[in-house]
Design a binder for this molecule. Sequence first.
Ligand code: KIV
Length: 271
Amino acid sequence: MSRYTVRDSVTTSHLLKRKQAGEKISVVTCYDAAFGRIVEHSPVDVVLVGDSLGNVILGYDSTLPVTVDDMIHHAAAVTRVVRRPLVVVDMPFMSYQVSVEDALRHCGRVIKESGAQAVKLEGGRRIVPQVKSLVDAGIPVMGHLGLTPQSVHVMGGYRLQGKSSDARKSILEDAKAIAEAGVFSLVLEMVPAELAAEVTALIDVPTIGIGAGGGCDGQVLVLHDLLGFDEDFNPKFLKKYANLGAVIGDALAKYDREVKSGAFPQLKNEF
Ligand code: KIV
């Protein structure tokens, strides 16, 4: 690789060109090197080190306890093995809301210490100053509107957003404001498909939907959800592409049986 080539891989400008060409963008979450190696060898375009790692990996019941150090720890594991897809890191609750200075300091740490290429911030007009300053400082920002899990207690649960005409108008204004502030793409979570399509037509940067219908420029799913780790988690927006929870459970039961019966290890496993 030439010293002037940053990475021979997906960039924020590739994503913009995809939107202009009408080509869809695939995004998955990833939190560690084990899955990172598999995603690296897949055709997926963007890896999001989501703060959903709070629920999926760390066992919290929301994303609120996740820290900047948690995000750096997991994102660094991902970037050690992921080279081709663009790596975006979620900024956790209260790491950017308080002030522009906080946002610059924490996002700067994440980019420097994790090796990722971009950050994601939840919110609309209220975080426009943060988005502008980050982009000015050279940090690409992905936005996130609709159901923003860091505001779960204000929203009263993980439910569909943008249903009333006021809520719909507010999401449209937020989308326009943060697109003008310089985000390179925008996640739309749990909003009516028709509203997501309207946002997609309104702004120049790609929209990435989750529970937002097929009119978005791309889609994102939590990796463990699409792989079917939890057979009891079946929201309407999710499609499970595998049932790994059951596959892993069966493998563990077989291993346990064979250890206890003496069928494992065999002579071929000995030294
Ligand atoms: O944290 C996350 O995984 C996310 C996606 C679901 C968009 O924000």
